[in-house]
Write a protein that binds this ligand. Structure first.
Ligand SMILES: Nc1ncnc2c1ncn2[C@@H]1O[C@H](COP(=O)(O)OP(=O)(O)OP(=O)(O)O)[C@@H](O)[C@H]1O
Length: 277
């Protein structure tokens, strides 16, 4: 009779892809923290009591199977769910000691500090310059300031050299990858503290995807970043922390290297090893 062997848990998962290594341990400051956050769309309970920190100047990836609530959770963080009819968000979202999930919060002002970039590049039908200058001008920036903001923002996303001779031409003539970097430049033009990226590379080719991934690594020096990704290799490559969601629950949150190689929960391991999902 063959002997049955019980494999002790947690089992070491051996990933076939590169994983970002933990940074030198330093005092991490919590930039934003959700406390018992719930989201409902009518009867659908899409996010179920999630407690999650975003640490300053780090990248946190949200992963999990389709429909698990990653994008819904991300959209809470700058109150974008307010724009969805029937959506209800309960719980606290603490930033600098203030709960930003209160009705009194000015959401336009909030979104200056917590910017968002969507799955499909969505530049305005305006010039490259105007795409970036539009919001800062609304907040009173002078022409001199706008010129500086446009140049600095485009340099931060490594687009300046590609577009500096056609700043006043339409942004819609840029390639998909360039448009997405322009949208990121538009988000950082307001000098936010946090940038939310909702599957920013899912509509891009591999070369443009690589450029956006490199960019995310650069941007974390100045900003705190949360990114929803369907691509586990991408999450492993570019994030410092990973949150695994399943059916609206946060199953596991931890340092990316730990979560991918030595998950604490069996459900996480099953997902990472492709046993489901
Ligand atoms: N506007 C909406 N109205 C009603 N239900 C919604 C809405 N948006 C999302 N949902 C539901 O909420 C749940 C979570 O969806 P969400 O889009 O946040 O998941 P996700 O993990 O980001 O999925 P995907 O990876 O496919 O984008 C799903 O059951 C979805 O059907």
């Amino acid at each position: 009779m063959p002997q049955t062997i019980t494999v002790p848990f947690p089992v070491q998962v051996k990933p076939k892809f590169k994983i970002s290594q933990p940074q030198e341990k330093k005092q991490l400051r919590v930039q934003l923290e959700t406390v018992d956050l719930h989201v409902y769309y009518g009867e659908t309970h899409a996010v179920k009591g999630v407690d999650l920190p975003l640490y300053q100047n780090t990248v946190t990836a949200f992963i999990g199977p389709s429909g698990c609530g990653k994008s819904t959770f991300l959209r809470c963080l700058n109150r974008m769910n307010d724009t969805i009819p029937g959506a209800r968000v309960e719980g606290r979202i603490m930033v600098e000691g203030i709960d930003i999930n209160q009705p009194v919060i000015n959401t336009s002002h909030l979104r200056r500090h917590i910017g968002m970039v969507f799955q499909r590049p969505n530049p305005f039908s305006k010039s490259i310059y105007e795409n970036i200058a539009f919001a800062p001008r609304l907040y009173g920036a002078s022409k001199k300031d706008l010129d500086r903001i446009v140049e600095e923002s485009l340099k931060k996303v490594a687009l300046w050299d590609e577009v500096k001779d056609r700043l006043h031409k339409t942004a819609l003539a840029l390639s998909g990858g360039q448009q997405q970097r322009l949208c990121i430049a538009r988000a950082i033009a307001m000098n936010p503290r946090i940038i939310l990226l909702d599957e920013p590379t899912s509509a891009l080719d591999p070369i443009s995807t690589g450029k956006v991934e490199e960019l995310v690594q650069e941007l974390k020096k100045d900003f705190t970043i949360a990114i929803v990704s369907h691509n586990m290799q991408q999450a492993a490559r570019i994030s410092d922390y990973t949150a695994y969601f399943y059916m609206g629950n946060l199953v596991e949150f931890g340092e990316t290297a730990q979560l991918f190689t030595n998950p604490k929960k069996k459900e996480t391991e099953d997902y990472l090893t492709g046993r489901f999902g």
